[in-house]
Design a protein around this ligand. Structure first.
Ligand code: FES
Length: 108
């Protein structure tokens, strides 16, 4: 049977752990926003960085590095690390099942 949902382990800004379901084929941000874990103010346009997450463990190998406009956006954030991604720019795939991430602290 085709997998349509994966589990993502999320530590929120308060340090509380959650296991959430994310739909394959849609931006990771949507699953996080559905749970109220990110604000995603720009709605996924890569223009706000309020969906910023830090990918933990070996997850960056699966998620991949940011590119182009996402890198530019991340450069404006004080919270940016080597494992930073904007979750609206990550499309959920079956490979991401069990991914571990931390929501970056809000700025400003
Ligand atoms: S939702 Fe704004 S950059 Fe991702």
């Amino acid at each position: 049977m085709e997998v349509t949902q994966v589990s993502i382990n999320v530590t929120d800004r308060a340090g509380v752990d959650h296991v959430i379901k994310a739909q394959v084929g849609v931006p990771l941000m949507q699953a996080l926003r559905n749970e109220g874990l990110v604000d995603a103010i720009c709605g996924g346009e890569c223009a706000c960085a309020t969906c910023h997450v830090h990918i933990q463990g070996g997850g960056m190998e699966k998620v991949g590095k940011p590119s182009g406009q996402e890198v530019d956006m991340l450069e404006t954030s004080l919270e940016t690390q080597d494992n930073s991604r904007l979750s609206c720019q990550v499309i959920v795939s079956e490979d991401l099942d069990g991914l571990v991430l931390t929501v970056a602290q809000a700025e400003g």
